[in-house]
Design a protein around this ligand. Structure first.
Ligand SMILES: [Zn+2]
Length: 500
C-alpha cells in the first residue's frame, strides 16, 4: 500500500490524499487550497474559466497528475510530463470546499463516494451557484476549442454535458436520488446516476462523525491493513458521540490519517455548542430592534440552534439557504421549523433554482418582504452575512443588534471584512456582539461560536481510542504537535509518500 499526500499536509484544507493498492488507486478528498489560492486570487480576481486548468496548474494550485478533464486542458498546456496515477474514485468526507472543491476538474468517469447528505449538499450548492461551492462537481458543460485553441468555451449543446456518477456510503432514499438526477430549469435531462460501492475494488466503509456540517463522514478502508481517515471532526457538538463511535470502529487501524486544525493556536477556546446556545439566548432575550446573526451559511446545526432560542421572533434565511434546507429535507433532515422564514430579496433575473424555490408549494407562506421587516423590526432575526448586507438598504432598520457567530479572522484579508461589516452596522445603529473594533484593532469575544474542530485534548482521546500503528497528521499547520504527544507519528509533507 502506498499513501501519498499531494496537498493539504501542511495547510488547513486543500486536502488531496492518494491511496494506492496494487493496480488500484483512490483519492481521499480533493479540495481547494484556499491558503495557496489566496496568494493570487481574491473575490472578483479569479481563475480564468476560459483557460481551464491552466491557471491553477501554472500557479501550483493543482498537482501535476493525469487525472483532469481533457476539455479543461488548453492547447498551450502540455500534460505529457504529468505523473500517471490510477484513480477509481474520489472519496469525500464532507461538503466543505476545502475538501471537495477541485473535483469539478477531475475526469468525469471518476465517481464521487460520499454520504447521501454530503452528495445532496454538494449538488444543491452547485445548483444555486454558491461561491466555490460544488462548482462542476456533479455536472458540467463541456468546454470546446474553436479558432484559438488556448481558449476554452462553454458548449451549450445538450450532448456536451458531463455527469458524474456518485456512490453513496449507505442506501439512499428515492427523494435524494430524484434530487440528484434533476437540475431545476433544465427539465427532462438525466443527470448524475448512482453506482454501487461494491463495484469498487476497495472495501470502503463510511461512518458519520460530528463536524460543523451535516453528512460529515470518517472512513475505514481495507480489510487486513486498515486505513482510518477522520476527515474534519469534533467531540463537542450535538452529535459528538458519533465521532467516538467512529473511533471505536477504527480501533487498531494500521494507519490513522487525522486532522489537527486547532493545534496551531496557542490559546484554546473551549466553547461548546451548548455554551453558544446559552449566550445567544441571553442576547436574544434582551435584544431591541432587528437582530442579525452571522454564521457560516452551511452550518445548519447553528441555524437549528438559533431557531430554538429565537423566542417570538421569526428567523429569516436567504433564498440560497432555503434551497439548501429543501435539499436537506429530502434526506429526512427537516429544519423547517414554524419560525423559519425566507427573506424575499429584490431580484431581477431569476435563475432555474430560484424559480424552482419560489414556485415550490408551501414556500409561499414563508416569504417575508423587506417592507414587512422594516415595519416590525422586533419580530425578526436575519441570518445574514456581509455579502447580504446590501439588503439592509431596503429594510432601513433604525436600530438593532448584530451577533457574529463564526470563526475568527485568520488573515489580514479577512480582517478587512470586519471593517466593512462595522461600517455597515454603524450606519444602521447596530450594537455588535462577537467582535469589536477599537481604534482599528480587531478583537473577538468568546462564547458566540463553537469550533467545528476537535480540541487538542479531544484529539488525544480519539488517537488513544483508535491506537493505530502509524499516525499521519493532515489539515494542520502544526504536525509536530503529534510527534510531541505520540511515538508512532510519520509527518509527510506535500508530495511525500509512505509505503507500508
Ligand atoms: Zn470542514
Amino acid at each position: 500500500m502506498l499513501l501519498k499526500i499531494y496537498d493539504g499536509a501542511e495547510s488547513i484544507g486543500g486536502t488531496k490524499i492518494y491511496l494506492k493498492n496494487g493496480p488500484h488507486g483512490l483519492f481521499l478528498d480533493f479540495g481547494i487550497n484556499f491558503e495557496k489560492g489566496n496568494l493570487y486570487f481574491k473575490e472578483y480576481l479569479r481563475r480564468r474559466a476560459i483557460r481551464g486548468i491552466y491557471d491553477p496548474i501554472t500557479l501550483g494550485l493543482l498537482p501535476k497528475i493525469k487525472i483532469y478533464r481533457e476539455d479543461l486542458i488548453p492547447a498551450d498546456l502540455s500534460i505529457q510530463d504529468f505523473e500517471e496515477v490510477q484513480v477509481e474514485a474520489v472519496v469525500v468526507t464532507h461538503a466543505h470546499a476545502d475538501h471537495f472543491g477541485e473535483i469539478g476538474n477531475l475526469r468525469f468517469d471518476i465517481p464521487i463516494v460520499a454520504s447521501p447528505v454530503t452528495l445532496l449538499l454538494i449538488k444543491a450548492m452547485e445548483d444555486c451557484g454558491h461561491p466555490y461551492g460544488g462548482m462542476d462537481a456533479i455536472y458540467s458543460s463541456q468546454r470546446i476549442k474553436k479558432e484559438d485553441e488556448r481558449i476554452l468555451l462553454t458548449s451549450n449543446k445538450r450532448e456536451g454535458r458531463f455527469l458524474r456518477k456518485f456512490i453513496p456510503t449507505e442506501r439512499i432514499h428515492d427523494n435524494i436520488l430524484e434530487f440528484m438526477g434533476t437540475i431545476p430549469g433544465r427539465n427532462n435531462e438525466t443527470m448524475a446516476s448512482m453506482d454501487e460501492l461494491e463495484n469498487l475494488p476497495w472495501e470502503i466503509k463510511g461512518y458519520p462523525v460530528d463536524h460543523s456540517i451535516y453528512g460529515s463522514t470518517g472512513y475505514i478502508i481495507g480489510e487486513d491493513m486498515t486505513i482510518a481517515y477522520t476527515g474534519d471532526f469534533r467531540l463537542h457538538g450535538e452529535q459528538g458521540y458519533l465521532t467516538e463511535e467512529f473511533a471505536k470502529r477504527a480501533k487498531d487501524a494500521s494507519l490513522l490519517i487525522i486532522e489537527g486544525t486547532r493545534l496551531s493556536r496557542e490559546e484554546h477556546d473551549y466553547t461548546s455548542e451548548e455554551d453558544v446556545r446559552k449566550k445567544l439566548r441571553e442576547e436574544l432575550d434582551c435584544a431591541e430592534g432587528l437582530v442579525i446573526v452571522d454564521f457560516s451559511p452551511r452550518n445548519f446545526e447553528r441555524l437549528k440552534l438559533i431557531s430554538e432560542v429565537a423566542g417570538d421572533r421569526i428567523v429569516l434565511i436567504t433564498e440560497k439557504d432555503a434551497y439548501m434546507l429543501n435539499a436537506l429535507k429530502k434526506a429526512g433532515i427537516d429544519l423547517w421549523k414554524k419560525n423559519i422564514g425566507v427573506y424575499r430579496a429584490l431580484k431581477g433575473k431569476k435563475e432555474g433554482w430560484l424559480k424552482y424555490l419560489r414556485e415550490d408549494s408551501g414556500m409561499e407562506d414563508r416569504y417575508v418582504d423587506p417592507r414587512e421587516v422594516r415595519d416590525n423590526l422586533e419580530n425578526y432575526i436575519l441570518s445574514f452575512s456581509l455579502y447580504d448586507f446590501p439588503n439592509l438598504l431596503d429594510i432601513k432598520p433604525s436600530r438593532g443588534i448584530y451577533i457574529y457567530s463564526s470563526t475568527e479572522a485568520l488573515t489580514e484579508e479577512q480582517e478587512f471584512d470586519f471593517m466593512t461589516i462595522h461600517n455597515w452596522l454603524s450606519r444602521f445603529n447596530f450594537k455588535i456582539r462577537g467582535f469589536s473594533l477599537e481604534r482599528g484593532k480587531l478583537k473577538f469575544s468568546r462564547g458566540y461560536h463553537a469550533s467545528g474542530h476537535a480540541s487538542p485534548e479531544d484529539i488525544i482521546k480519539i488517537v488513544e481510542t483508535i491506537d493505530p500503528e502509524i499516525i499521519v497528521p493532515v489539515h494542520t499547520t502544526n504536525p509536530k504537535w503529534f510527534s510531541k504527544n505520540f511515538e508512532n507519528v510519520k509527518i509527510l509533507k506535500n508530495g511525500e509518500s509512505l509505503t507500508y
